[in-house]
Design a protein around this ligand. Structure first.
Ligand code: NAD
Length: 317
């Protein structure tokens, strides 16, 4: 059986598939040539990340396609319902990248607490005299230890983030309409400790958190979860991280809250209008930025490749 991994797949994934007798191509085929090449080279499995779009034209145009696999969580680039109606199975790897996203959130939390992101921007352009100016500018850092992190959305990534934050001595509270009681497992030096999490209402989370991190899906109605009203309810000087989906924070409201001093800093891995985020976010001195790299670690990509391979082998092997 021929497998096309059009947006790439880890070496471990290729190896597992080839060992089980599959032929794997990792050559990227341009979107407009996909239908022709899938048919010509008789690919029956199409694996994508976020770049390749699998819409009804491909589903209709490739009658031999049996399975579409998404390396990662979001299925926004695949017409899942239509594929299923046509008898094509769609799989993804929702858990494989959670730990990597949580580590990126911690990276941003540390960065915005000590203005590391802004310092990296400004130091290369500073002359000797500016060194002292910058030293003064970044003199009001904060420790994470002892601060309250409010996590909105307490699924896979929210829980991994809580593990790291508790490990750093933070007090974690969380809001998730679908979870009432939960403990998370912390593994430290061969010991496992169960830590109960204080689940609170949204208003309590907003008013009690020094730091807020979002780990929710994009709501079906497309409405932001954090807008002007929610920023108003936050502590003065709170800091916020979004590594979920771009529209989960209203970007106009975020800029207002940063510019009027209500919140002290923000960190964004995701943006509305990706891959062209608005310039006033990218150039804002209080925003730490990464270009949607939450899952972009070699460990996560290995797990994604292996999980996809395992699922394909158990289905067709
Ligand atoms: P998950 O499904 O495991 O958890 C999401 C949680 O959000 C669920 O527990 C759900 O009950 C809760 N929830 C839903 N609506 C809510 C609301 N209005 N308020 C509060 N909680 C709500 O998902 P996950 O794997 O933890 O992923 C979370 C987000 O991270 C998703 O948006 C996903 O697309 C995104 N993500 C980003 C990256 C990246 O590269 N930055 C990588 C992977 C996933």
């Amino acid at each position: 059986m021929n497998v096309l991994a059009n947006d790439g797949i880890s070496k471990s994934g290729v190896k597992a598939l080839e060992t089980a007798g599959f032929n794997v191509s990792t050559d990227t085929i341009a979107q407009e040539n996909l239908i022709e090449e899938i048919n010509k080279q008789n690919f029956e499995v199409l694996l994508v990340r976020s770049a390749t779009k699998v819409r009804s034209d491909i589903i209709d145009g490739c009658p031999n396609l049996k399975l579409i696999g998404r390396g990662g969580v979001g299925l926004d680039n695949i017409d899942v319902k239509y594929a299923n109606e046509k008898g094509i199975e769609v799989i993804n790897t929702p858990a494989a990248s959670s730990q990597s996203v949580a580590e990126l959130v911690m990276t941003h939390l540390f960065s915005i607490s000590r203005s590391v992101f802004d310092s990296n921007r400004n130091m290369p352009n500073s002359s000797n005299g500016d060194f002292k100016v910058l030293k003064k500018k970044y003199a009001k850092g904060a420790e994470l230890r002892g601060k309250t992190l409010g996590i909105i959305g307490f699924g896979r990534i929210g829980q991994f983030t809580a593990q790291y934050a508790i490990g750093c001595g933070m007090n974690v509270i969380a809001f998730d309409p679908f979870i009432e009681n939960i403990s998370i497992e912390l593994k430290i030096a061969n010991q496992t400790i169960n830590v109960p999490i204080n689940m609170v209402g949204m208003n309590e989370l907003l008013s009690s958190s020094d730091y807020i991190s979002l780990h929710v899906p994009m709501p079906a109605d497309g409405k932001a979860i954090i807008g002007d009203d929610e920023f108003d309810k936050m502590k003065d000087g709170a800091k916020i991280v979004n590594a979920a989906r771009g529209g989960v924070i209203d970007e106009d409201a975020l800029l207002n809250a940063l510019n009027n001093g209500k919140i002290a800093a923000a960190a964004l891995d995701v943006f509305t209008g990706e891959p062209s985020p608005r310039l006033d976010l990218l150039t804002h001195e209080k925003i730490s930025l990464t270009p949607h790299i939450g899952a972009a670690t070699s460990e996560a990509q290995d797990r994604i490749g292996t999980e996809l391979a395992d699922k394909i082998i158990s289905r067709f092997g």
